[in-house]
Ligand binder design. Structure first.
Ligand code: SF4
Length: 297
């Protein structure tokens, strides 16, 4: 998809900051007629203005979109709301802040929408991530705005995370298929990915009969009880996360192992009910934040 090239800046300084930034990026990738093209490194940055608050985590992304600036702004504000943005003080703490920095070559000066962003040239925490991804013809211009002493903007080391193997293109699903999501390819420099497939790790083959959670058991479509294998897979995921000090996992939605919040109801009729997959339940017990991911559309 080719659309207008747009640069966004993302920042978070409450709770699991990687969770908020990465959730924001995956949600942006789901906006209609929009594709994430590049993701900068993640940077730890000092707060500006109101100083009595935690460090920020910042990054910049390049997207391509066919939406208008105002349509995009509405979508972005919706994502901030979904991720419970809390902002009571100007410059104060927030779960996730997403700013439109540039929108192609457009210039807009309206009350609630100024493009290019009116303060970006003063903000090293925007400029330095932007340098990682900005198109070549703008690099020299961006460099001129960065203050000589790049204090307080420090590149983060790779973040260790757990990821459902099928999201990475491994054919481990019950149909011996995968649910590849392209965003992980854009995050190779930023994430140290530990792959796992709780069902295969628990001893099940691929392909295998589909299974669903039914009460406190997991049964497959031919009536076999697979609770033991699913529980073992959940324990292996829990051990992996403890061994590697994992506090963030990307899990495939709706699966009886990896689903978050919604799972099939055990009737094999595609009916969805509230609930978590077996492995996700174990990870949540350990305090791991979960980002639910589905395949590219
Ligand atoms: Fe394996 Fe989880 Fe993907 Fe199912 S959803 S194939 S259990 S990684």
């Amino acid at each position: 998809m080719k659309g207008t090239k747009v640069y966004l800046s993302l920042g978070s300084n409450i709770g699991n900051k990687f969770y908020y930034l990465l959730s924001g990026i995956f949600k942006i990738s789901k906006i209609k007629e929009t594709r994430v093209a590049k993701i900068s490194n993640f940077y730890s940055t000092n707060p500006v203005g109101y100083l009595d608050q935690d460090l920020f985590l910042n990054c910049a992304i390049e997207i391509e979109t066919n939406l208008s600036p105002r349509e995009l702004l509405t979508k972005i504000q919706g994502i901030e709301l979904e991720l419970e943005r809390v902002r009571t003080i100007k410059w104060g703490p927030r779960t996730l802040d997403i700013d439109i920095i540039m929108f192609g070559e457009l210039e807009i000066d309206e009350k609630d929408l100024v493009i290019p962003h009116k303060e970006y040239k003063e903000r090293d925490f925007v400029l330095i991530p932007l340098l990682d991804i900005i198109e070549d013809k703008k690099i020299e211009e961006i460099k001129t705005y960065i203050k000589k002493e790049k204090t307080g903007v420090v590149i983060e080391k790779k973040k260790k995370v757990l990821v459902s193997r099928c999201l990475l293109g491994d054919r481990v699903s019950y149909k011996k298929n995968h649910c590849n999501n392209y965003i992980f390819k854009l995050l190779e420099k930023q994430l140290e990915i530990i792959k796992m497939c709780p069902e295969v790790d628990g001893g099940l083959p691929s392909p295998r009969p589909s299974a669903e959670i039914l009460g406190d058991k997991v049964v497959n479509i031919i009536g076999e009880d697979r609770t033991k294998e699913f529980k073992l897979g959940g324990e292996i995921a829990a051990k992996l996360s403890q061994k590697n000090n994992i506090d963030l996992a990307f899990m495939k939605g709706h699966s009886p192992s990896c689903g978050l919040g919604k799972v099939y109801d055990g009737t094999f009729t595609k009916n969805i009910i509230d609930g978590n997959g077996i492995a996700v339940s174990r990870l949540l017990e350990l305090g791991v934040s979960i980002i639910e991911v589905n395949e590219d559309e």
